[in-house]
Design a protein around this ligand. Structure first.
Ligand SMILES: [Fe+2]
Length: 473
């Protein structure tokens, strides 16, 4: 049993972003400075950790916090805001019992070894969907890395049950759109005495998983996202791996069962989307990463996969709450391009731009699976937390930066302007912590120039979150 207790520690300027938010509000019109684009109509829906203490105990890791949904709705140059805890089983149990009762990323409930043994391969999987939001068909869904995604009402933010089936014990909160069917294509890991990676399709209105491709694996790698081209599913196995049999009896929280084994290298496997056949693995040097940015095939049939990477998996340790609150910097992420030649098995690896960025976004509707030019992300130089927004032009290999002293932005979500001709014609929406004020605001930037268009201030802080989606009206 491990207990993290709240003790007095020195805190950093942006520590507020890792504090719990209890307030749930609905505000019809936020005060706006500047001018929102008149064409901006729809909702930015985000999920993220917002409650880090339950009873006497504290969550240990940023990824553990109980999920809260946030909605910014735009109409006629105005913006409304609402937030609400996601009414997951994990959240309800925490509220009702005052205890952490589900296993989170790096925080376990207190329980005996005997009880752990009893739950071998039948763990009480959390449904604390604090990582990403997806709109599939007409459904809005909050997701995490367990197979329990939760549908919710985009207006009231009330939870509406489990969204779909996942053929495994682990999945990602970064599914891709399958252009042909309009469905969602995602990864699953089936764990047990034998382990299998799987890729599966969920129809826009469906709940059943249609497995398209699979491959056996002895020690599954931690998988946060994957790449997709028109022909291939791109699986990148970073050498941060787990022995599932040992995990079941280790007594350690989930992520602390993974081991960094750089001798394995980074292994790319390409799955043919039409046949499911696996090609590879194709090996290159060891790196770690959470986020694939985009992937496509070049004229020579090579597969280009752009990924935000780190030299190793120590970023996972950087994201424990006590370290973040003390101001220990996070590693600088590197935007790297891996070019895989399926005919020779060679993998080239190059750094695309000097600026460090993660939580990457692209003009997804237009460019996903295809050659593209622009990436936007939250940036850091490795001496602090994310303190800038970076726009990278992959053609000129140049970057633009937005930053402001004391401001700490999250993921910049790209929204294309109606009838846009250029790939980067539109705006970025980012929730920013104003550290001095102790509150957050929604920042609207011109995506091409990073000039500010508007900001809308929220009356409270919004704990730093991971991902969201814009759903047009
Ligand atoms: Fe993510």
């Amino acid at each position: 049993m491990e207990i993290a207790t709240a003790t007095a520690r020195p805190t950093t300027q942006y520590a507020k972003g890792f504090e719990s938010l209890e307030d749930e509000v609905r505000i019809e019109s936020l005060p706006v400075e500047g001018e929102l684009p008149p064409w901006l109509a729809g909702s930015l829906l985000r999920t993220g950790p917002a409650k880090f203490e339950v009873g006497e105990r504290s969550m240990r890791h940023w990824f553990d916090g109980l999920a809260m949904l946030h909605r910014f709705s735009f109409s006629g140059g105005e913006v409304s805001y609402a937030n609400r805890f996601l009414e997951s089983k994990a959240y309800r149990a925490a509220r009702e019992t005052g205890e952490i009762t589900y296993s989170e990323f790096a925080t376990d409930p207190c329980r005996s070894l005997f009880k752990r043994a009893m739950t071998l391969f039948m763990p009480k999987l959390t449904d604390n969907a604090n990582v990403n939001v997806l709109k599939l068909g007409e459904r809005y869904v909050a997701m995490t890395e367990t197979p329990i995604a939760i549908e919710f009402d985009p207006e009231t933010l009330a939870a509406a049950g489990v969204a779909w089936e996942v053929p495994g014990e682990l999945t990602t909160a970064h599914p891709h759109l399958d252009r042909a069917s309009g469905g969602s294509l995602n990864f699953a890991a089936k764990l047990g005495p034998r382990n299998t990676y799987r890729f599966f399709l969920t129809a826009p209105e469906g709940t059943e998983a249609d497995v398209l491709a699979s491959a056996p694996v002895k020690e599954p790698a931690y998988m946060h996202s994957f790449g997709l081209t028109e022909r291939w599913i791109v699986l990148a196995e970073f050498p941060f791996v787990v022995n599932p049999l040992r995990m079941a009896t280790s007594g350690r929280p989930y992520i602390e069962n993974y081991r960094w084994k750089p001798e394995l290298g980074t292994r790319f496997t390409l799955f043919d989307r039409s046949t499911g056949a696996a090609h590879g693995p194709f090996e290159t040097e060891a790196v770690f990463g959470f986020h694939h940015v985009n992937a496509f095939e070049d004229e020579d049939g090579r597969v280009v996969a752009d990924i935000c990477t780190f030299p190793d998996a120590s970023i996972v340790e950087d994201l424990y709450l006590d370290r973040l609150r003390e101001g220990k910097p996070i590693d600088k992420p590197e935007l790297r391009r891996f070019t895989i030649d399926p005919s020779t098995g060679s993998v080239e690896n190059e750094l695309l731009v000097e600026e460090g960025l993660d939580l990457p976004r692209i003009n997804y509707g237009r460019c996903h699976e295809r050659p593209y030019r622009y990436v936007w992300g939250a940036g850091t130089d490795g001496t602090s937390y994310f303190d800038r927004i970076v726009a990278a032009d992959l053609e000129t290999r140049t970057t633009r930066v937005w930053s402001e002293p004391g401001s700490f932005p999250g993921e910049p979500v790209f929204v294309a302007a109606p009838g846009a001709e250029e790939e980067n014609e539109g705006v970025l929406l980012s929730v920013v912590l104003d550290a001095a004020a102790g509150t957050s605001f929604l920042l609207v930037l011109d995506a091409a120039t990073l000039e500010e268009r508007a900001r809308a201030r929220v009356p409270h802080h919004i704990p730093f979150s991971f991902h969201g989606q814009f759903a047009g009206a």
